[in-house]
Design a protein around this ligand. Structure first.
Ligand SMILES: *Cc1c(COP(=O)(O)O)cnc(C)c1O
Length: 517
């Protein structure tokens, strides 16, 4: 959609709810039901008639016929195809959702994940039947160590937040074993993602907030004030959720280590630094990755993810089990090489003396793991460097193109994302209004109202896979919206005008989702 033809009223568009006809089409298949209509007719059963009440417990049999929609095959096909068009995804258009890295996920990953040797594997299959799968896990762990500059990794956790919890449990056990049982406090910058303090609490720590300075980084004086013998560690996101690389990261790590604490890095923003710098090299002891952000994987909507963790040598005995291990003497490349060689065999270690144990079943969301491996191997070292180069370039391009229209909260170069603000927009226009209006321009809104320390935040992450043309369309839409805020604010207050749902109560939509009409 070009920037001049965004709809301003619901009836301008032929409403997206109606199918291609432009009518307000029925949303449920029940509304399409017509008595006696059938899509398929199943053959009459040759199973002898049994009285259900003779084999099923009382109360388990129907007393009335099931109410099922009666719809022809073509009607069903159109209905579900139409519903699918109401969804927004990266396959439709631009999706600059800050913090989430909604980048294009190459379809070759899907092809690899669908290979029967991966897709048809059963978690209870024996090790000798799963050697290829185990090798892939082992190789991916080695690659994550290489990317992070850390000693050992575990692909066990299912999501970033689960990686946080698992890694904090590893830290807890390490501290308990090294005279740090009294250390209960984790320091967390005020720009952190909400999962950070939540994970600390779940792992039995208490949290202490660390104020940001006026550049968006850690305030070094504030850090000195909160350091003490009760500090178990620091949990820092770098680059931060403000899209800024922490310039004092080395000094910060030294200070934390100086008081006997550990440094945890939330690695959700690794796509900005891939191949450029390594957390292990700047002093981090433990981190998590979000495979579904950094290493490509369709995500959102609670779909499967993976949040592997990587740790220093000192923490590695505490990693969770089960874990994949190279059987000694079989691998050409040795346990710390990235290539195990053709004769290598692998086994699953189910228990290890110092391990924190198991925090999920089996070996995690294996399809995600295969896709991430395929992504890394198809890009190679140079490709991964270009990921971070383009992620940073695209974000800075948008930042510069928009900075005269929307105030950028922390001026100066950003990493893979930046935070602008809708504060001070004409006619009381808020971040929500801008976000809702973008929908009418065919663009997914950026993250809004996060990070919490920026009022009316618009957190924009273009990702590395978008073209200049797409970025220019977004700039034009954002500028057009700013002009509308001046000339026609009501159109923003009531946006979106192009979808069948306008402004749901967002809290209730999460707490009491009603996905049928
Ligand atoms: C996404 C994200 C998380 C949580 O990761 P999930 O995989 O969604 O559980 C944590 N921290 C930051 C900075 C994030 O962007």
């Amino acid at each position: 959609m070009t920037t001049t033809d965004a709809p301003t009223h619901a009836n301008d568009t032929g409403a997206a709810c109606g199918a291609t006809t432009g009518e307000q089409g029925p949303l449920t298949i029940f509304e399409k039901s017509s008595p006696g209509r059938r899509g398929v007719r199943v053959p009459t059963t040759d199973v002898p008639d049994v009285d259900p009440s003779s084999v099923l417990p009382e109360g388990a049999t129907r007393t009335a016929k099931a109410e099922l929609p009666e719809v022809g095959e073509l009607g069903v096909l159109r209905h579900y195809t139409h519903l699918s068009t109401l969804n927004f995804s990266i396959a439709n258009a631009f999706y600059p959702l800050g913090s989430c890295t909604m980048k294009y996920n190459p379809l070759v990953n899907e092809k690899v994940a669908a290979l029967p040797g991966f897709a048809a594997m059963h978690p209870m299959q024996s090790e000798d039947q799963a050697q290829g799968f185990l090798e892939l896990y082992w190789r991916l762990e080695r690659l994550l160590c290489e990317v992070s500059g850390l000693h050992a990794a575990s692909i066990h956790p299912t999501a970033g937040a689960h990686g946080e919890l698992t890694a904090l449990m590893v830290m807890r056990k390490y501290l308990d074993d090294h005279g740090g049982a009294d250390r209960k406090v984790i320091l967390i910058p005020d720009s952190a993602h909400g999962t950070n303090p939540a994970s600390c609490t779940m792992a039995g720590f208490t949290t202490r907030e660390l104020k940001s300075n006026d550049q968006g980084g850690v305030d070094m004086d504030a850090l000195d004030e909160v350091l003490g013998p009760d500090v178990a560690g620091l949990m820092i996101t770098n680059p931060s959720t403000l899209g800024l690389f922490e310039p004092n990261i080395r000094k910060i790590c030294e200070k934390i280590h100086g008081v006997g604490g550990l440094v945890y890095m939330d690695g959700a923003n690794m796509n900005a630094i891939l191949g450029r710098t390594r957390p292990g090299d700047f002093g981090v002891d433990v981190m998590h990755f979000n495979l579904h952000k950094t290493f490509s994987q369709p995500h959102g909507g609670g779909g499967p993810g993976a949040g592997p963790i990587a740790v220093s040598e000192a923490l590695s005995p505490y990693l969770p089990t089960p874990k994949v291990e190279l059987v000694e003497g079989t691998g050409g490349g040795g346990a710390h090489g990235a290539d195990p060689g053709p004769d290598a065999t692998f086994r699953i270690v189910r228990c290890a003396e110092q391990s924190i144990g198991t925090t999920r079943g089996f070996l995690g969301n294996s399809g995600v793991v295969v896709r991430a491996y395929s992504y890394i191997r198809s890009l190679g070292e140079r490709g991964l460097k270009r990921v971070s180069e383009n992620a940073v370039l695209n974000a800075n391009y948008l930042r510069v193109m928009l900075r005269d229209t929307y105030r950028v909260w922390f001026p100066g170069p950003c990493m893979h994302e930046f935070v602008a603000t809708a504060k001070g927009m004409p006619n009381g226009i808020k971040a929500t209004d801008v976000a809702k209006r973008l929908i009418d321009y065919g663009i997914h809104p950026p993250t809004i109202y996060f990070p919490l320390i920026v009022p009316e935040a618009l957190m924009i992450e273009p990702t590395e896979t978008e073209s200049k043309e797409t970025l220019d369309e977004f700039v034009a839409a954002m500028k057009a919206i700013h002009a509308e805020a001046e000339s026609d604010p009501d159109v923003l207050h009531t946006a979106p005008h192009s979808r069948c749902i306008g402004r749901p109560d967002e809290v209730r939509a999460v707490k009491q989702p009603r996905v049928t009409v």
